[in-house]
Each structure stands twice: as structure tokens, then as C-alpha cells.
Design a protein. Sequence first.
Length: 101
Amino acid sequence: MEITPETVEVSIPRWRRFLDFFQPEDNILVEWRSPDSEHVQLFKGLQEFEPARNATFVVRGKPAYCDYVVRELAAKGTITDKRNGNLWIGFWMRRSIATKQ
């Protein structure tokens, strides 16, 4: 699933948005696992996961946005792998799709 400011809205302080205006956008690939014992809702119910499910997220946006999304994912489950950078996103997405099949 791709997470962008257009798909998931978050509240970021104005001063942080101002500082981010001058920063390039980030791309982060996150491998995430839901808790073993409970049902999880992410981003105010946008995504729901059963216990012990794996998911791959591509987070795209300014640094403050990506930081918020990664913190929410870490609070609701376990981040098993996190990769930064534009060059590796395609490689890791293909790798994760191939290993799940």
C-alpha cells in the first residue's frame, strides 16, 4: 500500500510544515507486522488488519509526514524492515511481492 499526503491526512504543526517546504520528498519502504493477539486499525480506520498479518507500505512525502506515519506504524505493530531512498524502493517491492507468492 502506498501512503501519501493525498491518501492519509495527518496533522503536522505549521512550523514543521514550513521547515519541510525546503526539504525534498522522502520515499520509505516499511515492512510491518500487526500484533499477534489483536485486531488493528491504522490511520483512523483506513486500513484494518487481523492478528499476525504482514504488510508492506511505501511512504512518500515530506520528512515530517513520513516521520509521523512511521511512528504510527511502530505504535500499532512491529516494523520488521525499513529502507530509505528512491533507488531501492522498486527492488524491495518486487522482492517482497515475490516472497509472498
